[in-house]
Write a new protein. Structure first.
Length: 215
């Protein structure tokens, strides 16, 4: 029964990643792309109705991804009894500014629509949300480095091949596709973080599905 419950939690987390990707698409996708320019002009292509769905779906469902990471935290018991809790606390802290950043983008779009030239995002506005993406990205990278090292050293009850599905590597691949194959990359880029988490959690579910979960 316990293993069944943990499998269900993993499935819920993967479904949350999928909903998060849909939310990112609704909130951010524009056929013109050019997300890396940082001018947010692409937000003007998105209707308020579509953006509202992306806004609320992301805020309400992305946090459920944490259920999968809670299951994975149990694999870190070799580091000590307290460490699984620290692992889960760390990923929760990393995800928090990401959800806040997601929620703020709809307000950025609203300000742009109301500005005289229709596309002004000045430094005072950027200072209220862009640092959140930087903070999340930095700690996300540090978290992934630790995860890769733990897998490589076999200090966790997870197979080493999961290194190739770590979220940072998947995100780098998404960025590469974005520049090399924009037709597909424009879709993946807006959902990069949730897509990377979804691939990683799916790989973990595959690895653990027929195994006994760590206590």
């Amino acid at each position: 029964m316990r293993n069944k419950t943990l499998r269900i939690l993993l499935v819920i987390s993967i479904m949350a990643c999928a909903v998060g990707c849909i939310a990112d698409y609704l909130l951010l996708y524009s056929p013109r792309g050019n997300y890396h320019h940082g001018d947010y002009v692409f937000l003007l292509d998105i209707s308020p109705e579509r953006m509202m769905w992306g806004h609320y779906l992301g805020i309400l469902f992305i946090p459920f991804e944490l259920l999968g990471f809670w299951v994975l935290s149990k694999a870190f018991k070799n580091y000590g009894r307290v460490f699984p809790l620290l692992f889960f606390a760390a990923i929760t802290y990393i995800m928090f500014p990401g959800v806040v950043y997601h929620g703020l983008l709809s307000f950025v779009a609203a300000l742009m629509r109301q500005s005289p030239d229709g596309m002004l995002v000045d430094d005072s506005i950027r200072a209220l949300f862009e640092p959140l993406a930087i903070i999340m990205g930095f700690f996300f990278f540090i978290f992934t480095l630790f995860l890769v090292k733990a897998l490589w050293d076999r200090k966790v009850e997870l197979p080493r091949w999961l290194i190739f599905f770590n979220p940072a590597l998947i995100y780098v691949l998404v960025v590469g596709i974005y520049f090399l194959w924009p037709l597909v990359g424009n879709y993946l880029m807006v959902a990069g973080f949730n897509f990377a988490n979804g691939v990683f959690l799916s790989a973990c579910a595959f690895a653990l599905w027929n195994e006994s979960f760590p206590d």
